[in-house]
Design a protein around this ligand. Structure first.
Ligand SMILES: Nc1ncnc2c1ncn2[C@@H]1O[C@H](COP(=O)(O)OP(=O)(O)O)[C@@H](O)[C@H]1O
Ligand SMILES: O=C(CO)[C@@H](O)[C@H](O)COP(=O)(O)O
Length: 475
C-alpha cells in the first residue's frame, strides 16, 4: 500500500507522521525536539527532521510535505548558505522595526500606515512578521544584510533541503506561508518588491534580484526529494496554522483554537481579511482560500512555567486546577510572560491579581494560569468575530489541549460550543493531506473524516472572563 508522510516543524519540535492516503489514518509517528530560544540555527530543524523521520518506517511512503512555524526569517547567501541564525516568530527584537515600517508607509502617521498595510498585504506588521526582522537586520547587522541573496521561511528551507539541489533558484513556498511574510499580497498572489526594498533599505532593482521562493499552487508536486533515504514526491508545504486547518478539513464557521507555543484562533474564509487595527492577520490558507488569524505569544509554555513553579507535571497541574473553583477564588493570571502580540504589547510581562492570604493556593494558581490562557484566547476569538469572522464552534487543538483542566475551562469560557478532534497531530496531518493531494493529481484534496467529541455544554462562566478583562492591561 502506498503511504504519505506529513511533517510538522513547529517551534518546540519536529513531528513526522505516516498516513494512509485513502482514510487519513495515522500508521506511525516520530518526534524530535528543537532547541530552546527565539533564534535558532536552521540546521537544528534539519537534524530534528532526520531524527523524527528515522523513528518511522518510510518504506511505502511515496509523497511528503512540510508544514512549519510561520514567519521565521531564514537568510541565504548566493551559495545557499545560511547567513545567521533564524529569528523566529516569537522573537520580539523587531518591535520597533514594525512601528517604523508602519509609519514609513503612512507618511509618519501610524493610523494611515496601518490602513495602507492592511490594504497592501492584509496584515499590519508586528514583530512576528518576517518583514520586520529584515528591517531589523538592515539596521543592526548591515554586513549580514549585504550578503542576502534569498529570504525564506522555515518550511521553505526544509522543503528545499529535501529537494536537495542546493540551488536557490529552486526555492519554493506556498500561499499560506508567503502571506505571513508581510511582503506578499494574498489576494493577487504577488510579492511586493517595493515593501521588500523598503524593509531592507535598498532600491527596488536590488530587491528584485533577491530570490524569493516561487509560490506553488495548492496540490502541486514541486519536485522529487529524499526523506531520510526514501525517494518521495514533495508538496509545496504550508504554514503550520494552514496545516491544522487543512488537517481538520476546516469549513466556514468552525474556528481552530490551538494552544501550542503560540495561542491561535483562526478560521477559513472565501474573502480576504484586511483588519487595519492589526489584531487579525489576513493570511491565506492552503487550499486557495483565506485564513484570518489571531495569534498570541503565550500558549502552552505558561502552563509549563506554572507546572515547574509548583513542582508538578502536566497531569498533576490539571488535577490541581480542577480542584479549585471556577474563578480561582478571585486569583487572576494575565499570562503575557513573553510580551504579547495580540494585543501588540511586546514589552508586557505577566501579572497575578487578587492574591490574598486565602486565595494564594497551589490549586488556585494552577486554575488561574489555565483560565488566563483561555481568557486570552476568548479575547482573540472576540477580535476575529469583531472583524467579521464567523464562529459557530471551537475545535480545540495543540499540545495543551490534552489538559483536562484546559478542556473544562474552554467549555465554560468560550461563548460557543467547544469540540475536541480525536487526539492527533493536525498540523502534520494537514501536510500529509497536501502530500496525498499532490500525489493523487486530483483537483481537490482527499476527504478524510474528522472524528470529534463535543465537550459538555456547561454554563458559561462569563464572570471569570469579566474578572480577567477588568485587570488585563488594555481595554
Ligand atoms: N497535557 C498537557 N497539558 C498542558 N500542556 C501540555 C500538555 N502536553 C503538552 N503540553 C505542552 O504543549 C506544548 C507543545 O505543544 P505543541 O502544539 O506541540 O507546540 P508547538 O507546535 O508550538 O511546538 C509544550 O509547551 C508542552 O509542554
Ligand atoms: O506566528 C504564528 C502564527 O502567526 C505562530 O502560530 C507560529 O506559526 C508558531 O506556531 P506554533 O509552533 O506555536 O504551533
Amino acid at each position: 500500500m502506498s503511504l504519505v508522510a506529513g511533517i510538522d516543524s513547529s517551534t518546540q519540535s519536529c513531528k513526522v507522521i505516516v498516513v494512509d492516503p485513502a482514510t487519513g489514518a495515522i500508521v506511525a509517528s516520530g518526534r524530535a525536539s528543537h532547541p530552546e530560544g527565539t533564534e535558532v540555527a536552521p540546521a537544528a530543524w534539519w537534524e530534528a527532521l532526520q531524527e523524527a523521520a528515522g523513528q518511522v518506517d518510510l518504506g511505502d511512503v511515496v509523497a511528503a510535505a512540510v508544514a512549519g512555524q510561520q514567519h521565521g526569517m531564514v537568510l541565504l547567501d548566493a551559495d545557499g548558505e545560511v547567513i545567521r541564525d533564524a529569528l523566529l516568530w516569537n522573537d520580539t527584537r523587531s518591535a520597533q522595526a514594525a512601528v517604523d515600517l508602519i509609519a514609513d508607509f503612512g507618511g509618519g502617521d501610524a493610523g494611515a500606515g496601518a490602513a495602507w498595510w492592511a490594504e497592501a498585504v492584509g496584515s499590519v506588521p508586528v514583530a512576528s512578521y518576517t518583514v520586520t526582522k529584515l528591517r531589523w537586520v538592515a539596521d543592526h547587522e548591515p554586513a549580514n544584510a549585504a550578503r542576502i541573496a534569498a529570504v525564506v521561511l522555515p518550511h521553505d528551507w526544509l522543503t528545499w533541503k529535501l529537494l536537495g539541489t542546493g540551488r536557490i533558484e529552486d526555492l519554493v513556498t506556498d500561499r499560506s506561508d508567503a502571506s505571513g511574510t508581510g511582503y506578499f499580497d494574498p489576494v493577487s498572489g504577488d510579492y511586493r518588491r517595493d515593501i521588500l526594498a523598503a524593509a531592507l533599505r535598498i532600491d527596488e532593482a536590488a530587491a528584485g534580484r533577491i530570490v524569493l521562493p516561487r509560490v506553488a499552487a495548492p496540490g502541486e508536486v514541486v519536485g522529487s526529494g529524499t526523506l531520510a533515504g526514501q525517494s518521495v514526491q514533495l508538496g509545496a508545504g504550508m504554514g503550520d496554522n494552514a496545516g491544522s486547518a487543512l488537517g481538520m478539513g476546516l469549513t466556514a464557521g468552525d474556528v481552530v483554537v490551538s494552544i501550542g507555543t503560540s495561542g491561535v484562533v483562526c478560521g477559513v474564509s472565501d474573502t480576504p481579511s484586511r483588519d487595519a487595527s492589526g489584531l487579525v492577520s489576513g493570511f491565506a490558507d492552503a487550499t486557495g482560500r483565506f485564513l484570518p488569524l489571531v495569534c498570541t505569544l503565550n500558549g502552552a509554555r505558561v502552563l509549563d512555567a506554572t507546572a515547574r513553579l509548583l513542582g508538578v507535571d502536566h497531569s498533576a497541574l490539571s488535577d490541581l486546577a480542577l480542584a479549585a473553583a471556577p474563578g480561582a477564588d478571585g486569583l487572576v493570571f494575565v499570562p503575557y510572560m513573553e510580551g504579547e502580540r495580540t494585543p501588540n504589547l511586546p514589552d508586557a510581562t505577566a501579572s497575578i491579581h487578587g492574591a490574598t492570604l486565602t486565595s494564594m493556593t497551589r490549586e488556585n494558581l494552577a486554575r488561574a494560569a489555565v483560565e488566563g490562557i483561555v481568557c486570552s484566547l476568548v479575547d482573540a476569538l472576540g477580535c476575529l468575530t469583531d472583524a467579521g469572522g464567523q464562529a459557530g464552534r471551537v475545535l480545540l487543538t495543540g499540545g495543551a489541549a490534552a489538559s483536562p483542566a484546559v478542556q473544562a475551562a474552554s467549555a465554560t469560557l468560550f461563548p460557543v460550543p467547544v469540540a475536541m478532534p480525536a487526539a492527533g497531530e493536525y498540523v502534520a496531518l494537514g501536510a500529509a493531506r497536501q502530500a496525498a493531494w499532490a500525489a493523487s493529481g486530483e483537483k481537490e484534496a482527499p476527504v478524510w473524516a474528522l472524528p470529534v467529541e463535543e465537550l459538555p455544554v456547561a454554563e458559561h462562566a462569563t464572570e471569570v472572563v469579566a474578572a480577567y478583562r477588568a485587570v488585563r492591561p488594555w481595554s
